[in-house]
Design a protein around this ligand. Structure first.
Ligand code: ZN
Length: 296
């Protein structure tokens, strides 16, 4: 457990969870529901998961919209009575999932659930096969970025784990830059560049103005949440864009696929990522990694 902002650093494990609820409450959760029963006043639903790092669920009465993409059921939920555009949340999530399967490798679970809540700001919290999407009154382009970022965490956090305490860039910088990759696939390069500028480059420029701390530090080595945010969500994502420009698209995505495949259900490290990229590039990349992340 960490103080902020993400909470859980855990090995992957198999979960088998049975949820009993008084009617009419419903549940959706990490994993797949495999059996359910109903005794008239209560329901019982058993969920089993593949390898996951934690288990999360929502209980309540929901409206839901689903689609099946690449054989995976993507469902966006909201509490009954809420009027968020969950069709758009579902569609951006499904398109992002398609992008990441093509670019990085297969999503290993059967389902992806998204719980949209009107929260007064755009943010998200990722869990395996399940994510909270916090929305500022209505779904807009900022929400789309958050949805793609949270879906990317299924690759960078849920499947490829990392020590979110000591190497937070390995999930947050990756998720932020992956959201731009999904935007490029969905909207084309010009709109993706505009999103990159507002979501990533702006944070990096604030990092530059604040002494330019490297992106490879532990959470506790940043002076504040803002400092952490600028370096990890800004500079670390600019590093990935810079690395991609340096080695070229073919090498970059070959390296990402190698890293994803090798580190599935493991705890990845900077060294593992660097080795995958150096293997794809056929040369050492130490100076570039050190310049952006700080010395090892
Ligand atoms: Zn994140």
């Amino acid at each position: 457990m960490t103080r902020f902002p993400d909470r859980v650093f855990a090995q992957a494990a198999l979960y088998d969870v049975t949820v009993m609820l008084p009617k009419p409450l419903e549940v959706f959760a990490t994993g797949s529901p495999i059996t359910s029963s109903d005794d008239g006043t209560a329901t019982s639903t058993r969920f089993v998961s593949g390898p996951v790092r934690e288990w999360a669920a929502s209980f309540g009465e929901f409206d839901a919209v689903s689609t099946i993409t690449n054989g995976i059921t993507v469902t966006a939920y909201q509490a009954q009575g809420d009027t968020l555009d969950i069709e758009r949340v579902r569609d951006v999530a499904a398109r992002s999932l398609e992008s990441f399967e093509t670019r990085f490798g297969p999503y290993p679970y059967r389902e992806l659930d998204l719980h949209a809540l009107d929260w007064g700001g755009d943010a998200g919290i990722e869990y395996p096969g399940y994510t909270l999407i916090l929305i500022n009154t209505q779904v807009n382009q900022r929400t789309d970025f958050v949805v793609a970022h949270e879906v990317a965490h299924e690759w960078w956090y849920a499947v490829v784990g990392n020590d979110i305490y000591r190497e937070p860039w390995l999930d947050e910088s990756f998720a932020n830059y992956s959201a731009v990759i999904a935007a490029a696939d969905r909207l084309g390069p010009e709109q993706a560049q505009a999103i990159y500028n507002s979501e990533i480059k702006a944070a990096y420029e604030r990092n530059l103005s604040a002494g330019d701390p490297p992106a490879g530090l532990a959470i506790t080595e940043y002076a504040s949440f803002n400092s952490y945010y600028r370096a990890i969500y800004g500079k670390g994502a600019v590093f990935l864009a810079t690395l991609r420009a340096e080695v070229g698209d073919d090498v970059f995505f070959a390296g990402m696929r190698t890293y994803y495949t090798a580190e599935r259900h493991q705890i990845a490290t900077r060294a593992a990522f660097e080795a995958a990229m150096e293997g794809a590039a056929g040369r050492e990349l130490d100076p570039l990694f050190d310049r952006w992340l700080g010395p090892k």
